[in-house]
Design a protein around this ligand. Structure first.
Ligand SMILES: *Cc1c(COP(=O)(O)O)cnc(C)c1O
Length: 354
């Protein structure tokens, strides 16, 4: 029998009565508010921070919903994507007993969050062309496996994972499939071929959770705001176990304003994509560069002939890239974020000197 939504989660989480904040019990905006032990005057710095913010960020979700083509009830906002990553593990996995499945090389937080929660990690590496080894993924799922993590486009390899492979996992794994789309804005293919974010498949798959973030394309890394999209039942559970005021008032205010600037976000993405294409061409002409992998992100995954020497030389020039050369399947590679035109020129010049 296929699981129901509540069966994905630990029984004590399903049964949990969440903290009820003062702002839950009276939701009007007018009145004399003597219910939350706030300072009635102002803030010490005079900045109007004396009232608790909306614990459910309703105004922001109203704005995000039409942009993403979902209902506000299908959105969870977290203190970065890191928060829903941790909450999903805590809500589904019994510490010391259950497991998650990841496909390295991939984003480090899935493993770290599992380790913090004493949840074991089954690793099924990507194939040598950095695609999902579907047969092995399905064969390695155990009865205690609660989540399969998919990062697409993948960090650090930069490529999109094949749609059909992800669908096969969604259809054959009776647990949560979390697809981390942190870099979805930098994918060119969707625009050309009507490829779509998995957000559009939420209706079809009740075990699907999609993560996105404001940290990359939107340029809001310092705000610490990430999104999880899923069916309403899953979002309700995440909202129940988050800390009540997980997005601060100033962050909510700034995010609310930023959402009026989708056009500016798109323009920056276009510039980054132009620079990415130029950087690929330039890097391919550099003798110390062995291979530049195709990228659907705002970074390039690059294989160097002598990674250690290249990295040392770049650091001497105060150019810092991410060394992945000691990671399995990433031997000799580094991850280079696409910078501004000037920054990219400096990088190219430094590498040419080698
Ligand atoms: C950068 C990144 C994130 C974003 O994390 P935040 O906590 O939202 O800043 C999520 N997933 C992957 C794969 C990333 O590379």
């Amino acid at each position: 029998m296929k699981k129901q939504i509540q069966d994905f989660f630990l029984p004590h989480i399903v049964a949990l009565t969440p903290y009820s904040s003062a702002r839950d019990e009276y939701t009007g905006t007018e009145g004399i508010f003597l219910d939350a032990n706030e300072n009635p005057y102002s803030s010490a710095n005079g900045k109007d921070l004396n009232r608790y913010p909306d614990p459910y960020q309703a105004a922001i979700k109203q704005k995000i919903a039409p942009i993403k083509g979902v209902q506000p009830s299908q959105i969870f906002l977290g203190n970065g994507s890191d928060e829903p990553i941790d909450l999903l593990i805590r809500a589904t996995c019994q510490s010391g007993q259950d497991s998650i499945l990841i496909m390295p090389p991939t984003y480090g937080m899935y493993q770290v969050s599992a380790d913090i929660n004493n949840v074991s990690v089954i690793k099924v590496p990507l194939t040598t062309d950095y695609q999902i080894d579907t047969k092995n993924v399905l064969a390695n799922i155990q009865s205690n496996t609660k989540i399969v993590w998919v990062c697409s486009p993948n960090n650090p390899t930069g490529n999109l994972l094949k749609h059909e492979a992800i669908i096969e996992i969604l259809e054959n794994f009776d647990g949560l499939v979390v697809i981390d789309e942190a870099y979805i804005d930098f994918v060119i293919q969707p625009r050309r071929e009507n490829y779509y974010s998995f957000v559009q498949l939420l209706k079809k798959y009740q075990n699907l959770v999609v993560l996105q973030t404001f940290s990359k394309a939107w340029g809001l890394a310092s705000l610490r705001t990430g999104m999880a999209f899923a069916n309403e039942g899953i979002i309700k559970i995440l909202s129940k176990i988050k800390s009540p005021y997980n997005i601060s008032g100033p962050a909510q205010q700034l995010l609310f304003e930023a959402l009026d600037h989708e056009k500016e976000k798109n323009e920056m993405v276009e510039t980054i994509l132009t620079e990415r294409a130029r950087l690929v061409l330039e890097l391919k002409n550099i003798s110390t560069v062995e291979h530049v992998y195709p990228s659907d992100t705002n970074f390039l995954f690059v294989k160097m002939k002598n990674a250690a020497a290249a990295m040392r030389h770049l650091i001497e020039q105060k150019i810092i890239v991410r060394d992945r050369s000691n990671v399995k399947l990433c031997e000799g590679c580094c991850r280079i974020t696409v910078g501004t035109e000037d920054e990219n020129n400096a990088l190219i010049e430094a590498l040419q000197q080698l």
